[in-house]
Ligand binder design. Structure first.
Ligand SMILES: [Zn+2]
Length: 499
């Protein structure tokens, strides 16, 4: 609209200048017929000629400026679209800008290293120089602004969504800690009994397709399922005391194996910067130290792959499960404030914060509990009540995909960014960091960076939900994946076509 309007007005100016010019030529050419003009008249004619020349020059200049503006608008529109292409952009425009996938040089088949650096919020990479992560960013493909976690933006639901392409209601790990309402057993992160872990994780898919997978930690990777049996040398049971350097070196050693023993998929997991983020929040100098350490590990990996002459052939997907936000300044909702309307015992709260997941005993009417909580929140007598939104789970926004599982508690409370729910007032340490909030919050978005033969260099793609990563990996490895909640939009957009 802007350049169309500019075009019309500038054309009008040129026409106006020409119309001003024509009568002057006419009067000039007919000057011999008419009587000689007075000095004043001659001066007026000269003035008019200058005015006409000025108008003409102005008209020409305006036309040139309009043409330049149109050309600029056209090219900026064109390249603007190509810098961040939409998922429905056709493959021709992607090819035109980003070229084709590079053929493998050293390896005979594709290899993917999937790295999770826990709690690496999108934007941390601007805090301090991160030369190694930036090497992947600038020569690879990055999601801007970050990747979208699934709800709740917690560690176990998200890692397992990345691994399976399923929302938590489908893969069963609906939170880090929860109770199965049928068996009344409790799930916690140390449980590797396969009955909890639904769906087919990518390492199982790789093995089902006749390839080798290796995991150096990933939530769910030490669960035996189908053809996947977590055993050495391709899988280790989780032990957070294993130094990061040992994890990287083990991954590198796989590339020294004979080809028939070399994994096609390797997962690698680091607990940082999540661990530091919980202690100090997202905006503390200690976060810079934690992400610098991760950058050093990425550098160790790149250098090792370089030394083995396989760096250009390996697809490195560096991502995280969720972001982090500071919790401070008395941003707390206390359940003890609800007591005039309803008393909520601690054991009703399967989860407390940032997801309030309430499962009252079977002899208590859930809807009555919900109504009493709503009355309390609307009373104006509960501190910070406007920052807690409580739902019957079937009424949660559909975009959260968080209702179709018995494991999800019947009453869910969502708290505002940076707020917490606690049972009662206490002297407990208040400030720190948290995640688990609405996955729409930018603070909950983690990084997604992909580098390898099929990824464009220096390319940015729009944010996508992490359930798309499963099909992306399956596409790189050219294997048949299991049914999942994802699409092929990420794979179709991010992966360059073969020649
Ligand atoms: Zn996490």
């Amino acid at each position: 609209m802007g350049h169309a309007a500019l075009s019309i007005s500038s054309t009008g100016a040129a026409e106006e200048a020409q119309q001003n010019l024509l009568p002057l030529k006419s009067s000039s050419s007919s000057s011999e017929i008419f009587p000689a003009k007075s000095e004043t008249e001659q001066q007026r004619d000269v003035d008019m000629q200058w005015r006409a020349r000025f108008s003409f020059a102005f008209g020409v200049a305006a036309t040139i400026v309009a043409c330049i503006a149109l050309a600029f608008a056209f090219f900026s529109h064109r390249y603007g679209n190509q810098t961040i292409p939409s998922f429905d952009s056709d493959s021709d425009s992607v090819v035109g800008r980003w070229g084709f996938a590079r053929p493998l040089k050293s390896l005979n088949k594709p290899a993917v290293i999937l790295i999770s650096t826990d709690g690496f919020r999108y934007g941390y990479h601007w805090k301090v120089p991160l030369p190694n992560i930036n090497r992947l960013r600038f020569n690879g493909t990055e999601a801007v602004p970050g990747m979208i976690p699934v709800y709740p933006s917690l560690t176990f639901p998200n890692h397992y969504s990345i691994a399976t392409g399923l929302y938590p209601a489908w893969h069963g790990i609906i939170s880090n800690v929860f109770t199965d309402p049928t068996s009344e057993e409790k799930f916690h992160p140390g449980i590797i009994d396969q009955k909890w872990w639904l769906g087919e994780p990518i390492w199982e898919s790789v093995v089902r397709n006749g390839l080798i997978a290796a995991t150096f930690f990933w939530p769910g990777s030490d669960v035996s399922k189908g053809l996947w049996n977590c055993s050495l040398p391709y899988c280790r049971h989780y032990n957070q005391s294993v130094p990061f350097e040992d994890r990287v070196d083990t991954v590198l050693a796989y590339f020294d194996l004979p080809e028939e023993q070399r994994p096609s998929l390797i997962t690698l997991y680091f607990e940082e910067p999540d661990h530091t983020g919980h202690q100090v929040g997202a905006d503390d100098p200690h976060i810079s130290e934690a992400i610098t350490r991760i950058d050093q590990m990425v550098g160790r990996l790149i250098d090792g792959l370089d030394a083995k002459n396989v760096f250009d052939d390996v697809s490195i997907i560096l991502l995280s499960d969720h972001g982090m936000v500071g919790t401070c300044d008395k941003k707390i909702i206390y359940l003890e404030d609800f007591e005039p309307w309803i008393s909520i015992p601690r054991d009703w709260a399967d989860e407390l914060s940032p997801v309030l997941g309430l499962r009252p005993p079977s002899d208590v009417d859930v809807k009555e509990v919900y109504q009493n909580i709503t009355e309390a929140l609307n009373s104006g007598k509960v501190a910070n009540s406007e920052f807690l939104q409580v739902y019957l789970k079937e009424d949660l926004p559909a975009r959260l995909h968080y209702s179709k599982s018995e494991r999800i508690q019947p009453i869910i409370g969502m708290v505002a960014e940076g707020y917490k729910v606690e049972m009662k007032r206490s002297s407990a340490k208040e400030c720190g960091g948290a995640h688990g909030y609405d996955n729409e919050f930018l603070s909950m978005h983690p990084i997604f960076i992909a580098h390898g033969p099929q990824f464009g260099s220096g390319r940015q793609i729009p944010s996508f939900t992490n359930i798309e990563v499963y099909n992306l990996i399956a596409s790189i490895l050219n294997i048949e994946g299991a049914a999942n909640n994802g699409t092929f939009s990420l794979a179709n957009t991010a992966l360059l076509p073969s020649r």
